[in-house]
Design a binder for this molecule. Structure first.
Ligand code: APR
Ligand code: PHB
Length: 389
């Protein structure tokens, strides 16, 4: 099989990119290891920047997002005593959209047949070959048969554990990583949220986050030690801890209920450079990971996809031979700024095991400064809604 662009991975990055290229008449195929239900079964974050919602609208796939999503014009930082509201709309003129990543993926997945976007699911042993030549190809197996796809470009949208990043030789690669000394225990429950906006709390006992998927489905997280076992957190203990860490106002409005899903995830910051090698470009989690504190994971994937789709459209539709040459530098400039914000908010809002009394006072002082400073709140707001492309 021959095509112009082969995309590895049918998560949000791969599907967004596939639709954008297909809409321009570019030949594209998406190769996905898992089955559709598995891809949809992954519980992920749910705050969309304007960058992401604009791409869905440009594709004409934003109807359900606008119908079921919750536009938010602010969020809160809590310091155990009070809620500090960051009025993102007043400070930046922008909102964010609370709409689950799973729903974004579902909207993109369900539109693929009518849009002529070919997705090969349950593709095994995906391997990229000759990515630094003018004739790269990918092989994969399905139902006991090995297939080959020759493409002019490969887009590695295969997440943190996919094969694409590994196709870049160590001689040109550089990876940056910070693993945080704690994880997030998340719970999903069909109960109304304790507040109509998100609350990020820094409490003496640790971080907590009150989020939501709808007005009847809540998503909460607490910081836990890395070696914590989920069995040590029955629902009642978790609800008690959330009420303590989120503060009295949130606790008073908290509705408890059985966990639909409960899991612990580690936190890391990770960036891989370059995001292009020969005919291979990386986008999304295949090239970078952020701690979820700043809600940047999906949104960074979307900004990569914006830059990458522009580059490939320039190459195939406008004849710009070097259109992809600048992709890596352009994408990385925004990646590093989002990494900075996510790292800074994680440092501010979490209790670090090796932190001392002075560190704690610095966190309290910074939250106090944010509470009293328009400039400080503006800085947080413009990063939270997403920096310009
Ligand atoms: N072959 C084909 N597909 C693969 C392979 C492989 N060897 N390995 C992984 N994949 C697929 C995964 O099954 C998944 O569907 O690549 C896809 C990668 O999707 P994501 O991990 O969701 O990454 P991305 O599309 O970049 O979206 C980033 O997802 O992980 C969250 O927090 C992250 O919100 C961010 C978003
Ligand atoms: C979520 O709703 O899952 C969520 C929201 C905001 C974050 C992280 C996760 O910063």
């Amino acid at each position: 099989m021959k095509t112009q662009v082969a995309i590895i991975g049918a998560g949000p990055a791969g599907l967004l990119l596939g639709h954008l290229l297909r809409a321009e008449g570019i030949e594209v195929v998406v190769i996905e290891r898992a089955a559709p239900d598995y891809v949809l079964g992954r519980i992920r974050a749910g705050v969309l920047e304007r960058t992401t919602t604009d791409l869905m609208d440009r594709l004409g796939l934003g109807a359900r997002m606008h119908a079921e999503g919750l536009p938010h014009d602010g969020f809160h930082l809590a310091d155990g005593e009070r809620l500090i509201r960051i009025d993102i709309e007043a400070l930046t003129g922008k909102k964010v959209m609370v709409y689950g990543q799973t729903e974004v993926t579902r909207d993109l997945m369900e539109a693929a047949p009518e849009r002529g976007l070919e997705i090969i699911y349950e593709a095994g042993d995906v391997a990229l070959h000759a990515v630094d030549s003018d004739a790269p190809y990918v092989t994969y197996s399905k139902d006991g048969v090995t297939y080959r796809i020759d493409a002019q470009f490969f887009c590695g949208c295969d997440g943190f554990h996919g094969p694409s990043r590994k196709a870049v030789p160590a001689s040109v690669a550089k990876a940056y990583e910070k693993v945080y000394p704690f994880g997030w225990l998340g719970i999903l429950a069909d109960v109304p949220p304790c507040h109509h906006e998100l609350i990020y709390a820094n409490h003496d006992r640790g971080f907590a986050l009150a989020s939501m998927r709808s007005e009847s489905r809540s998503r909460y997280y607490i910081q836990v030690p890395l070696d914590e076992k989920i069995e040590e957190w029955p629902d009642d203990r978790l609800w008690d801890e959330l009420a303590t860490r989120l503060g009295p106002e949130a606790a008073a409005n908290m509705t408890r209920g059985p966990a639909l899903e409960k899991s612990i995830a580690p936190l890391r910051s990770f960036v891989f450079e370059p995001m292009r090698y020969g005919r291979l470009m990386l986008a999304g989690d295949s090239a970078h990971i952020v701690p979820p504190t700043g809600a940047k994971g999906l949104n960074l994937a979307a900004s990569d996809v914006h830059y990458l789709s522009e580059a490939l459209i320039g190459y195939f539709k406008r004849g710009y031979a070097d259109a992809v040459a600048g992709y890596s530098d352009k994408a990385l400039a925004r990646v590093w700024k989002s990494e900075r914000f996510s790292w800074q908010l994680t440092k501010l809002m979490h209790r670090f095991p090796d932190g001392d009394a002075f560190d704690r006072r610095m966190q309290v002082a910074e939250l106090d400064y944010i509470a009293s400073s328009h400039a400080a709140q503006t800085t947080i707001a413009e990063n939270y809604v997403g920096l310009s492309l």
